[in-house]
Write a new protein. Structure first.
Length: 190
């Protein structure tokens, strides 16, 4: 696994062995970031269900100002911290060790995010709860991207609306924006 573009282009990232994590493929990451384009520049990004941290590190490489990585696995959190140190970008990142949806209320997440990258395990029964819990953390005008299996249906939430869907192999990327139907209480961030 490697960084596709930006200041860290070509940098190799370590991964956990076995089926502990399912890293987003290089090809799908490239597709994702080509679609996002300049929305990554100077953005505050949340890499939720971060696994190896490849999505967030790619965002930092492409000009994101800061990335908060969230994962409930101590092994994944240590791996992310190691990958950030190897890339010498740990000063632009925060690693939060707690699973979603619970981590959505953590103070370490800070201000709302311009971009949320959500890549939960494909068979996680809590995907809907994770999406709903993290939606209020999206800045108005921001983008949330959910990677899911093509066998799973698109998920709805009162606070978010799917504005684009991209199919790639066995994966699908759903791009969400805040719903205009969302109540002010739904969109307010502390």
């Amino acid at each position: 696994m490697r960084v596709i573009a930006g200041s860290l282009k070509g940098r190799r990232l370590r991964s956990l062995g076995g089926a502990q994590v399912r890293p987003t493929s290089d090809r799908l990451r490239e597709t994702l970031f080509n679609i996002l384009g300049h929305r990554v520049d100077a953005a505050r990004v949340l890499d939720a269900c971060a696994g190896t941290g490849a999505l967030g590190i790619e965002a930092l490489s492409r000009g994101a100002a800061q990335v908060v990585f969230v994962d409930g696995s101590p092994d994944a959190a240590a791996l992310i911290a190691g990958n950030l140190a190897d890339c010498r970008i740990e000063h632009r990142a925060v690693v939060v060790l707690e699973a979603l949806p619970g981590a959505a209320d953590r103070a370490e997440l800070g201000d709302p995010f311009d971009l949320i990258l959500l890549d939960p395990p494909y068979d996680d029964p809590q995907i809907g709860a994770i999406l709903s819990s993290i939606a209020p953390r999206l800045r108005p005008g921001g983008t949330l991207v959910l990677e899911r299996s093509k066998r799973a249906r698109s998920l709805d939430t009162p606070a978010l609306v799917v504005v684009r869907t991209v199919k790639a192999g066995d994966s699908v990327l759903d791009f969400y924006h805040a719903s205009e139907k969302a109540t002010p209480e739904t969109r307010v961030i502390e």
